[in-house]
Every structure is written in structure tokens, then in C-alpha cells.
Design a protein around this ligand. Structure first.
Ligand code: C5P
Length: 233
């Protein structure tokens, strides 16, 4: 089933004024927002707090990848900020993912915990360079299975892998897909891209979209175009 707030706008800005200029025009009941490394490193936790205060579901996308104790403490800090979702790298392994999950047990605010499989900016040649032979898909499937076994809520993957993943993971396991482009949009550094409606049709639950919106001359019009492309014909 398509989540009524499937669109997650990646707020990849350097300052809070640019963030609020955009989000003050957004209705938190129509989309979610994502705070990633750029904004978090520039502005800090207050960026998250201000968005939460304005009623947004915030995906804190810091892709934690460290020893289990450190990741568990970081995930715990994310929960304290009131975020809706946060994430780790699945390649950190099951001990790290288990520790992250356990850090959220019994919390008042229990964010969804997802794991990055293979970055959508990586194609086969990039994977080979870091020692992984073969197609991205096999690695994504293996990491998704490991993530599900560790009891996390879902994975971050390319929508190109969504239909294959839907065959092997539980229907409730969330697929969060960046690398989404409307036809005619610039690819930027993304390589494994899909358009919004095709991503949902392939089984994605959440679409992460940044530059197609934030770099558009009219970001609100871009969001409306995306949301209407998701409505049933
Ligand atoms: O601008 P664009 O739509 O490419 O932004 C994609 C966003 O999703 C960025 O904030 C990036 O950090 C994030 N992301 C990604 N690939 C992943 C995980 C997250 O592009 N595998």
C-alpha cells in the first residue's frame, strides 16, 4: 500500500534560513523531510528540533557506521531528538544493527530504524573498486536479508532493486528509495535512478528526493508535480 506521505524531501542545505524558506511553504501532512549530513554538520541538532516543532516527520539520515556501542548511542540520541526515522549502514554488520535496534527498545519516541544497502550513486564498477564483484542487486539482496534478520524496519536501496527485494522480504519491511528523478531532471551523481511512479509501482514505500525539488526554480511546483504523478490515473 502506498503511504499517504511517501515523499521525503531531502533538505540538503547549508543554513536553516534556506530550510525554513522551503518548509514554511510545505504542509507536514503531505510530505516528510530528511536532514542529512550537510545540514546536520552545518546547523546541528537544532535543525531537526525546529522541523519537529513545526510538525514534520523527520528522517535523520546520518547513515551511522561505527562500532556497535557508538552506533547504539548515536541512534539513542536521534530518538531523543524526536525523529521519525533514522538509519545505519547495513555493512556495519548484524552486531552493530542489533545494538542499534536494542538502543530503541522501550523508548517513548521509537523512530523507524533502516539500513543503507548499497548507495544509489554506486554502479558495478564502483563496487568492484571497493572489493565487491558482481551486480549491485546481489549485494543489496544479501544486505537487506541481514537487516531484516537483525529486526530493523527496512532498508535504503535503489528503486531498481525494489521489485526483487519485495520477493524476499516481509511485506511490512520498508523500502526507502533515493535516486529518484522525474523525466528530464539532471542525474547529478546518482547512477541507479527511477521515476517516482515507477518506484512506487516496483514496491518502494518512501521516495527520497533532493535536487529535483531543491534546485528547481519553483520547488513547490516540483513537489506538486511529483505528488500528482503518484495519484492513481
Ligand atoms: O538530490 P538527490 O535527489 O540525489 O538526493 C538524494 C538524497 O538521498 C541525498 O540527501 C543523499 O544523501 C540521500 N541518499 C542517497 N543514496 C542513498 C542514501 C541516501 O542518495 N543510498
Amino acid at each position: 500500500m502506498v503511504d499517504h506521505k511517501a515523499l521525503i524531501v531531502a533538505l540538503d542545505f547549508d543554513d536553516i534560513d534556506s530550510v525554513l524558506r522551503l518548509t514554511d511553504q510545505l504542509d507536514p501532512s503531505l510530505c516528510r523531510v530528511k536532514v542529512g549530513k550537510q545540514l546536520f554538520t552545518r546547523v546541528g541538532p537544532s535543525a531537526v528540533e525546529q522541523l519537529v516543532k513545526r510538525g514534520f516527520d523527520v528522517f535523520l539520515d546520518l547513515k551511522f557506521h561505527d562500532i556497535p556501542n557508538t552506533v547504539a548511542n548515536a541512534v539513542s540520541a536521534a530518538a531523543d531528538l524526536g525523529v521519525w526515522m533514522t538509519n545505519v549502514h547495513a555493512s556495519g554488520g548484524s552486531s552493530m544493527m542489533n545494538a542499534a535496534r536494542e538502543a530503541l527498545v522501550g523508548r517513548q519516541n521509537k523512530p523507524l530504524l533502516t539500513a543503507v544497502t548499497v548507495l544509489t550513486s554506486m554502479a558495478e564498477a564502483d563496487l568492484a573498486e571497493v572489493g565487491f564483484q558482481g551486480a549491485a542487486l546481489a549485494r543489496v539482496v544479501a544486505l537487506a536479508k541481514l537487516t531484516e534478520k537483525a529486526g530493523l524496519d527496512g532498508v535504503v536501496c535503489s528503486a531498481q532493486e525494489a521489485s526483487e527485494l519485495r520477493k524476499v522480504v516481509d511485506p511490512a519491511f520498508a523500502l526507502v528509495t533515493p535516486g529518484i528523478r522525474l523525466k528530464g531532471d539532471a542525474m547529478g551523481d546518482q547512477k541507479r535512478v527511477v521515476d517516482p511512479a515507477a518506484a512506487i509501482a516496483a514496491g518502494a514505500n518512501y521516495l527520497v528526493m533532493g535536487r529535483s525539488i531543491t534546485a528547481a526554480t519553483d520547488p513547490i511546483a516540483a513537489i506538486k508535480r511529483i505528488l500528482s504523478s503518484l495519484e492513481p490515473e
